[in-house]
Every structure is written in structure tokens, then in C-alpha cells.
Design a binder for this molecule. Sequence first.
Ligand code: PLP
Length: 439
Amino acid sequence: MSHVFPRNCHVQPPIAVGGEGVWLIDSEGRRYLDGSGGAAVSCLGHGDEQVIEAIKAQLDKLAFAHTGFLTSEPAEALADLLVAHAPGDLDRVYFVSGGSEATEAAIKLARQYWVEKGQSQRSRLIARRQSYHGNTIGALSAGGNEWRRQQFGPLLLDMSHIEPCYEYRNREEGETPEEYGIRAAEALREEIEQVGPETVMAFMAEPVVGATAGALPPAPGYFKHIRKICDEYGILLILDEVMCGMGRTGTLFACEQDDIAPDILCIAKGLGAGYQPIGAMLCSASVYDAVARGSGFFQHGHTYIGHPVATAAGLAVVSAILDRGLLPQVQAKGTALQQALEARFGQHPHVGDIRGRGLFRGIEIVADRATKAPFDPALKLAAKLKKAAFARGLICYPMSGTIDGQHGDHILLAPPFIISEDEMGQLIEKLAGAMDEVL
Ligand code: PLP
């Protein structure tokens, strides 16, 4: 009997013993095509020699130095590299160990920013339904993942949730994508006015929604209008690129494609590519200055922030993404994946939408294509698809989310950037087999 507390107590997962490129191998010798990079983590695939060597070299040199006393060479170099490529005036990098730590830190930094500026009445965060920002109490309060929130209601913080930008479901007949983008963004203004502009500290959103909506990109112009509204009211914009960042959508930062820059930006997953647990929160010079010129201390911190081995891994990963020319490859392969998915599933009676950016693609499963009605949640289709795909040697990320209070099923694909044409074909055939079995 295993003494590991698993994610799902009803399932005893196989034991992973190896990884080669886009494949994971279990102790029985079975091979799994990692079609979702775990959860959009393994962007470089498994067994990348350059990253492994960088980790080993750092371990030989220095494993740990507490950031209360010392900084380290890889942390300094990775911060320099991220800032050099970051949009806008993002200027400082606060390293953490994962996505929830990054979003939690962002929420607290936004609050402290306003306290430092003498506006301590600003404590409200506005986020969106159908979003996921992590599992710690602050991050969970910000997210709109009903399934993950349901048991913890009494513990969650009072935050606002506006409608997501969801063209497939919410764009009206006769409305252009651009017009819809503006209308969806205007929901932020309405909420700010509703709760009182003087009480709002920040708006938080994923540029391309991952787990809860299946690679849902914004309508054109949506985030430009969001940025404008934030500026009008002087509130901070926090972008959560934990899942969609680090090249996953074809640019190093997803928001580059929306031509905007946030005040605070969160990354994780692809930053360590699975080789080390690492996340980061980047903030603008003016947010940093408010703290630096005020109390001087960000009232936060975990033991492992800025870990030398984790930052050495992050440095090797980001260098690999940039130096190996992987970003144009993600764009080209992403287009090919979208076309192949449309060719294979475009006419499927239960496929409502196929969407995404780069190698971040989602399929929305519906009971009825005409009405877009989702399936009954009691059918647990997402879980069944995951199981059927896994039995065929495919790891993909089916998720149930909520669609305007109703249940909805999505499949998220986020393969490693190194996936070959042949492997992409195998991914689609295995997925088709699972869909045929379940739907
Ligand atoms: N934010 C987003 C957009 C995510 O997708 C996730 C995880 O899936 C998180 C935050 C939380 O990250 P972690 O699981 O590393 O804590």
C-alpha cells in the first residue's frame, strides 16, 4: 500500500520512472505521450541535457543560501534575463516556488502598494469567473473555479468576479469580435462603479484562460480596453501567466500579443519546465518604488524564495526557449495543431469550439452543437476522457468548468515545444480514440 496522499484517493497512479522528449515512461515500461506537458509545465520535454547540466553545476557550486542574508548568481542572472524580455516597465522579479505562491504574492503586493501610498481603503480585488489563480486561500478567492472553491466558502476572501471574455458563448449575433471585446471589458468598469472606485486595488486575469476554460484567448482589443479602464481608475492590472506564459502561446509573455503590459505579472510552470519548482512575480518600477521608498519591506516571503538551484534551472530553460528559436516553432506548430484538430474534430457532433494560441489549445465539449448546451455534470465526461486517453498512452488535461453557472467540459492540450509532426499525429489519433469511446 502506498503512503503517498494522492490527488485522487480512488486512483492508484502508475509510477513514473523515466522521461524522454515528449514521452513519460512508467515502472511497467508503458509510454505516455505528454500531450498537456503535465499541466502546461514541460515545455522543453523530458530529459533536456542542457537544463540537467545547469542544475548539476549549480548543485556542485551552491545548493542554498537564504535570501534574508544573500542573493545568488543564478537568481540575479534570471531576473536580468526576464526583465530584458518583459513587456512595459516590469523591472523587478520576486522568485517563488510555484504558481499559487506567485499569485498570492501578487495579491499581497497590490494591497501593500496602496497601503504604502496612503490609500488603505483600497482592498478589493476584481477577477473573473471561469478563471483559476491557484489553491492557496487568497489565490482561490480570486479564482472562479467553482469545483475547487465549493468546500472552502467560509474561508474565502470577499472579492468580485466579473464575466470572462468568452467569444464562443457570449458574443452576440451581429456583433464583431472587436465590439464584443469592448463590451466584455466594460464589465470591469461596471463592477468598479458598483463597488466604489476608491475601494478597488487591482484587477486580475489570465491573458489566455487555461484550466477552467480550455485555452480561451481574449477577443481582439479586450485587454487594451481593460488596460485603459485600469488606468482611468488608477487601479493595478495583474496578469496571471502561470499557465500561458513562458512561450506557451508563441511569445515569451502571452500579453505581448495583446500589446499591453501589466503592473504585476505572474509566471511559473514553464519557467522551470518541470526540472525545478519555481515561479515568479514581476512588478513595474513604480510598484516596486512604492514599497522601496515606503516601508522598504515587502511583508511576505517564503523560505525557498530565489532558490539557487531552481533559478539556475529557470535560467537554463528561458535561455533554451530564446536561444534555440523555440518561439517561432511554437507559433508554426500551434497553427499546425489547430488545423489538424479542426480537420479531425471540426465536424464532431460534440465538439463546440476548438481554440487557443501557440501550443496551448482547447476543445470545448458540448451536448448539442446548435444550442451549445453542456453535458450533465453527473456524466463526469472530463474524468472519463482523461481515463480513456491515459489507457491509450496519452496524457491530456480534460477539465470541467462552469459556464455561466452551468457545468462544461474541456480538453486542454499543451504539448512540449519539441513535439514532432509524427508525435502530433499520434496525439490526435489517441485523442480521437478516447473521444470515440466516451462521447
Ligand atoms: N494560475 C494559473 C493560471 C494556473 O493555471 C495555475 C495552476 O494550474 C496556478 C495559478 C497555480 O499554480 P500552482 O499549481 O503551481 O500553484
